[in-house]
Design a protein around this ligand. Structure first.
Ligand SMILES: CC(C)(COP(=O)(O)OP(=O)(O)OC[C@H]1O[C@@H](n2cnc3c(N)ncnc32)[C@H](O)[C@@H]1OP(=O)(O)O)[C@@H](O)C(=O)NCCC(=O)NCCS
Length: 169
């Protein structure tokens, strides 16, 4: 299987914030943003693996800024690293100023997807070859995040989280 650059899985979805998608403060409802990010990330993981993909975990979400009603929201997803059957997908969320068109980073998130066959059994995926400095940075830290996610899910023991242990040594 040939390795792929993150650029090959880049997925961009742009949409408005409508009244039915807001909270009582007239800002985008968090669950709506999670769903938009999940969709973009799923397409990205599918482009990388060319397989059926399922969301295995949401590793990190930061709702740093409120997204007001009427905003134009762009969700950009790229596979940052692939392991054997799982892929880490980084999602950056931007809003754009109506008058100037300038983009501001509103939120970001990291999801893990697993490629599966028609029976739902995990299958191997191509490696990721990061190109830019940011892609290399995200690639390098991905194993640590995978171990943290598995640890929190109770799927590995603390002593097996080698990357996390190394942080405190
Ligand atoms: C995701 C799923 C396929 C994993 O199945 P599993 O039996 O745990 O399979 P494995 O133990 O072989 O794990 C498969 C990969 O997922 C990774 N993984 C599993 N749980 C994870 C978690 N919580 N965080 C990060 N990675 C995880 C494993 O590390 C492994 O990665 P690797 O092969 O790249 O090393 C399975 O749990 C599933 O189908 N879940 C439902 C998915 C779904 O329906 N999502 C939508 C939610 S509504």
């Amino acid at each position: 299987m040939n390795a792929k650059a993150p650029q090959e899985s880049r997925t961009i979805m742009t949409d408005l914030v409508l009244p039915s998608e807001t909270n009582p403060l007239n800002n985008l409802f968090g669950g709506e943003l999670l769903a938009r990010m999940d969709r973009a990330a799923a397409i990205s993981a599918r482009r990388h693996s060319r397989r059926i993909v399922v969301t295995a975990s949401v590793n990190h979400v930061a709702f740093n800024s409120a997204v007001p009603l009427g905003s134009v929201v762009t969700v950009e997803a790229k596979v940052s690293r692939a392991f054997r059957t799982s892929m880490e997908v980084f999602i950056d969320v931007w809003i754009e100023d109506r008058e100037s068109g300038a983009r501001t980073k509103a939120n970001e998130a990291i999801y893990t997807f697993v490629a599966v066959d028609e029976t739902g059994r995990p299958v191997a995926v191509p490696e990721v070859l990061p190109e830019t400095d940011l892609e290399k940075e995200r690639f390098a830290a991905a194993l640590r995040r995978k171990q943290l996610s598995l640890l929190l899910a109770g799927k590995i023991k603390p002593q097996d989280a080698t990357e996390l242990k190394a942080l405190f040594e």
